[in-house]
Design a protein around this ligand. Structure first.
Ligand code: AMP
Ligand code: ZN
Ligand code: FE
Ligand code: FE
Length: 290
């Protein structure tokens, strides 16, 4: 069994990269990928821990894409087998990190204006080395007694449309695909069922536009993916020679219902999925270098 989508405390997960590797070992997983939001900070620790323990660790990233989608859908792009030392990738992700810091200051301003006291220092210490996100703000609101749960922090203040919501800077799909591919990675569309399309034909048409830009694969194994859609997308992937991937989107204590490897209970991803992705990535790099 494998799990190719998870977050560490370098973004909005709660475990360190090394702890993720240790946990995967305890669960007997065959391969895992670290896919933190908009950062590769955790990758070197993750890869070192993999080498030490013999776990197959895949360097990854999850990039939010700026695009208009129906029903408040979102487009997240996974980069798998990326070179975390790619200068282009690093400098673009550093830019996003700075943008996130500016956004954090705006969120704090909005909260203070609403009479909720939060300081930038609290937020910086909550995020630690990681890049700042709304879950960090939510945790502080909970700790300070401004809300009764993380969910309430989103429902009252932080969710889109709520008074302390601030948009974040994102890359366009062309730019993000270019970044992943320049860094030697496979570009995989994360959780396609969350893009907001209620009609799978429309979803597939949209996916084909992304394939035109170089998309390599689809994440078809995911806890909340409806099984009929998963089958349909696997068939679709086969007919366009797209790779398939999958993972739990584990966030540790930040999403307590989601377990590494098994997701909300029924997820089982065969290690052959990893072998195929690994072979495709190796092939890409070979043809890119030659
Ligand atoms: P950010 O990248 O700072 O916009 O934060 C995104 C993260 O916030 C997501 O990965 C979720 O963990 C969390 N999140 C976003 N919207 C909600 C919501 N409506 N309810 C609960 N958590 C949310
Ligand atoms: Zn997340
Ligand atoms: Fe995502
Ligand atoms: Fe994720």
């Amino acid at each position: 069994m494998i799990d190719l989508h998870m977050h560490s405390d370098c973004s909005d997960g709660t475990m360190t990269p090394a702890e993720l590797v240790e946990q995967a070992g305890l669960l007997g997983l065959d391969a895992i990928a670290l896919t933190d939001h908009d950062t590769v900070e955790g990758i070197s620790e993750f890869m070192d821990a993999g080498l030490e323990s013999g776990m197959n660790t895949i360097p990854g990233v999850e990039i939010s894409i700026d695009t208009k989608l129906p029903n408040n859908g979102h487009f997240h792009l996974l980069g798998l087998f990326i070179d975390p030392n790619s200068q282009a990738l690093k400098s673009k992700l550093d830019f996003l990190r700075e943008e996130r810091n500016k956004r954090a200051a705006k969120i704090i301003d909005a909260l203070n204006t609403l009479g909720v006291s939060v300081t930038i220092d609290e937020l910086l210490s909550e995020a630690g080395e990681g890049s700042i996100g709304r879950p960090h703000v939510a945790k502080i609101l909970l700790r300070n007694g401004a809300v009764r749960s993380i969910q309430e922090a989103f429902d009252i203040y932080l969710a889109k449309g709520k008074p302390a919501y601030v948009d974040k800077t994102k890359f366009g799909e062309k730019e993000a695909l270019g970044l992943v591919k320049n860094a030697g990675g496979l570009a995989v569309l994360a959780h396609p069922h969350l893009m907001g399309y209620s009609d799978s034909l429309e979803l597939k048409e949209r996916i084909l536009q992304i394939v035109e830009l170089g998309l390599d694969g689809l994440e078809t194994y995911y806890p909340s993916m409806p099984p009929p859609l998963a089958s349909e997308l696997q068939e679709f992937a086969r007919s366009y020679d797209l790779a398939v991937s999958g993972g739990s989107d584990f966030h540790g204590e930040n999403k307590p219902g989601i377990k590494m490897g098994t997701g909300s209970g029924g997820l089982r991803i065969a290690k052959e999925v990893y072998y195929d992705l690994r072979d495709r990535a190796a092939l890409k790099r070979k043809s890119g270098a030659g």
